[in-house]
Ligand binder design. Structure first.
Ligand code: CA
Length: 246
């Protein structure tokens, strides 16, 4: 393969992880640069301009959270944060540091590589999340939303939505098929200075589901991605060759 080399900056202080990642990611064709503390991470980030940063939260000197915030001041580089355990993800996500994805230790390198590729793909072919909300009518399956006329059509019916629900639905539809982290949704709909209860998001999702879902008790469109956020599912395309008259 002659694909351009993708450089991953691995920020990790535990030697066993460093070794496993260097070997595992190297085998997958990534170039790996390793920083062992937060200060070194920031230095290396400027020096090597990586395509993606894999960032441990618990680091000596400068925490992963602060490294992420610092990088975000100047760069939209994809960042995957690594937490010590799954239960910490919610806390880290809640801090709204601007990471693109989260994984918990322990993880399988194979799973991590899949996440890395997904984040890179998203960063590559997508406009920044939410930037395509203005203008065009958004249609996914039997739901469509017209941002300019502020109209929503669900299964052929005009539905009137309060502003925040409307904005939330627009964001979900514009990014259908992609996971939107909770902090991204809160940031985009309520603003980065939002200090209210994070349950507000769930309440709005619940209200939207009541209108959008055919069976709100078992959502198939606005789905919860545990520990991360929400995703608007694209409808499953009928398989070519399927004969409905069959
Ligand atoms: Ca650590």
């Amino acid at each position: 393969m002659n694909a351009p080399t993708t450089t991953v900056l691995v920020v990790e202080d535990e030697e066993s992880f460093v070794e496993a990642l260097t070997a595992g990611l190297g085998r997958e064709g990534f170039r790996v640069q390793v920083a062992r503390d937060g200060a070194q991470a920031l230095m290396l980030f400027s020096a090597v301009a990586p395509d993606l940063v894999l960032l441990d939260v618990m680091l000596p000197k400068v925490s992963g959270i602060d490294v992420c915030r610092e990088i975000r001041k100047t760069s939209k580089v994809p960042i995957i944060m690594v937490t010590a355990k799954a239960s910490e993800i919610d806390t880290v996500v809640g801090l709204e540091v601007g990471a693109d994805d989260y994984v918990a230790k322990p993880y399988r390198v194979r799973e991590l590589v899949a996440r890395i590729r997904a984040v890179l793909r998203r960063a590559h072919d997508a406009e920044p999340v939410g930037d395509d909300v203005t203008g065009e009518v958004l249609t996914v399956g039997d739901v469509s939303l017209d941002p300019e006329r502020h109209e929503v059509l669900i299964r052929g019916e005009d539905v009137s939505l309060p502003l925040k629900e409307f904005e939330l639905l627009a964001l979900l539809l514009a990014n259908a098929g992609r996971v939107l982290p909770r902090d991204t949704l809160i940031d985009r709909v309520w603003g980065h200075d939002y200090v209210g209860d994070t349950k507000t998001l769930d309440v709005h999702i619940k209200r939207l589901r009541a209108k959008v879902e055919e069976d709100p008790s078992s959502p198939s469109r606005i789905v919860t991605i545990r520990g991360l956020g929400y995703k608007y599912e694209r409808p499953k395309a009928p398989k070519p060759g399927d004969d409905p008259a069959g």
